[in-house]
Ligand binder design. Structure first.
Ligand code: ZN
Length: 214
């Protein structure tokens, strides 16, 4: 498992699973919020043994974003949150993806029943950091973006130079375009976008270069 510690903003990144999903751990004042543990939940827990994991959140319910939730929750006792729209999907994530991906092996399991259902405007706190939930359907019905002061976890809604596919169950290209239109207004340009796969970018860069924002 690749690990990269960004000491400056206290966000640790783990690349997990066969689709190389970015799992992020926001660390602030000794507390930790884990975003998208897509696989290897046990190893993620071990890598975070120096902090108190107070929450696990998924940007959406695809197997490569929730596959490590169960093991991470068992290891840490932290509650699991996801949007209402993807709450059902995440508990059958492997089956729902099995026609497109080989989901066998790789420390991936269906998510447990969520402890908390997130909706537009909800706020997640970890240490002195705060993240606001923005509902961002399109890639799935229940996708969310978590917007902090200087960073946003955008899941598979925005990638550097691209956007998430809409041909999987629950995807809708028209809805995604509406979401992108809204995110243009909601996310300040200087915000660093931490994507579900691939490299980080900024809203400013995507507005200037991403053809989906044209
Ligand atoms: Zn996805």
């Amino acid at each position: 498992m690749a690990r990269n510690v960004n000491a400056k903003d206290g966000i640790r990144q783990f690349v997990v699973g066969h689709l190389e999903t970015n799992c992020y751990a926001v660390v602030s004042d000794g507390e930790c919020l884990v975003v998208d543990p897509g696989a290897q939940g046990t190893q993620i827990a071990e890598a975070l043994d120096d902090v108190k994991v107070i929450g696990i959140v998924a940007t959406h319910g695809h197997h490569d974003h929730v596959g490590g939730v169960r093991a991470l929750k068992e290891a840490t006792g932290a509650p699991f949150s996801i949007s209402r729209g993807d709450a059902e999907r995440c508990q059958h994530a492997l089956e729902l993806s099995s026609h497109v991906f080989d989901v066998s092996g790789g420390s991936v399991e269906d998510a447990p029943e969520p402890d908390c259902l997130l909706a537009e405007g909800d706020v997640l706190k970890v240490g002195s950091r705060v993240f606001r939930v923005i509902e961002s359907p399109g890639h799935t019905e229940g996708g969310i973006v978590l917007l902090g002061e200087d960073v946003a976890f955008v899941g598979d809604t925005i990638f550097a130079g691209s956007v998430g596919r809409t041909d999987l169950v629950g995807g809708d290209a028209e809805v995604l375009m509406q979401t992108l239109d809204r995110l243009k207004r909601e996310i300040p340009p200087q915000t660093v976008l931490l994507c579900g796969h691939g490299v980080a970018t900024t809203m400013e860069r995507e507005l200037a270069t991403n053809p989906w924002f044209a």
